[in-house]
Design a protein. Sequence first.
Length: 388
Amino acid sequence: MGQKIRAAFIRGGTSKALVFHCTDLPDDRTSWDDIFLQAMGSPDPYGRQLNGMGGGISSLSKVCVVGPPTHPEADVDYLFAQVQVDRASVDYGGNCGNMSAAIGPFAVDEGLVAVPDGAARVRIHNVNTGKIIAATFEVQGGRSVEKGDYVIKGVAGTGAPVRLDFLDPGGAVTGTLLPTGAVMDKIEGGIADGGEPKPALRVSMVDAANPCAFFLAEDFGLTGAELPEALEADLGLLLRLEDARRQASVAMGITGSVEDAGENRLVPFIALVGRPAPYLTLSGERVEADDVDILVRFLSSGRPHRAVPVTGGLCTAIAARMVGTTVHSIARHGEADQPVRLGTPSGVLDANASVNPTADSANSGYVAEYASTYRTTRRLFDGYAYLP
């Protein structure tokens, strides 16, 4: 057998990841990419990662590294790595909100953070974005509680809730809540079969928790109620969306060219948003139009997401609070203290957000104070990851 490294395999929200202690990895961080690729089974031309721990899609091809805090307001550090399935590439350009739910309980269970029994609050420094996430969860007998009655859409069964508060989430990657300085922009829509340019696409580019580009589904001839399989089957649509994502990456200042954006696949996330409408989830459950405030379909690493990236969901809620964005223009609006109900392929996700006006012109008149939601987590097994 090859090299072995201590690790845990953990579900966080609707994702799964190998979680390593920073102290168990080599001091030379240039070797980490190779370790993560081998552990996940990437690159795999068959797209299944059968020779590693990955599951063939972006939400199942993740690595987390946890260690002592390097931020004065944090209890623990957390680095996220998105391992590409089909290429030898590891992206560190953003955070995974779903796996963030696993970090606080992992830190307590591994003895990295000491807390009394009861409602524990662990402050997590996400190294990728430099932001603090406060995780609140129950602890009994010195260990995190996993069993409970809380249900999240996209995960079978129930678990104990983990509340995630993303504090001051604006400018997670670009340093600015609205990187272009505008609540809405237009980018090129591509070329039609006859060689004529298609109409420009309306987009809001928002950087909160992770940078996201929100396009109106109707500009692509869609409703936002489509399921991932339908989106994935339309190769022409996927090419247009990828072209739009690359343009957004350059416009947001994440990459310097569309060629560079093709290599940086993690962020910005791309989202199609649609008006409230009834639809069927992946499990066949019917969601009524009155049960959602907006429909959203995310793509990450080039593939339609089966649920929603948590950071993407929180960014959607923040965008819904800002007048003039694509999200705000079609969303149903309730009271400011009520969560935004996001209609995702797996069901409805509630996301809270506090956005206030500001005189700070750098943020185009808005500041995001926090965004929050609930997830569940479960340790699936631990031991050693073996490298070939």
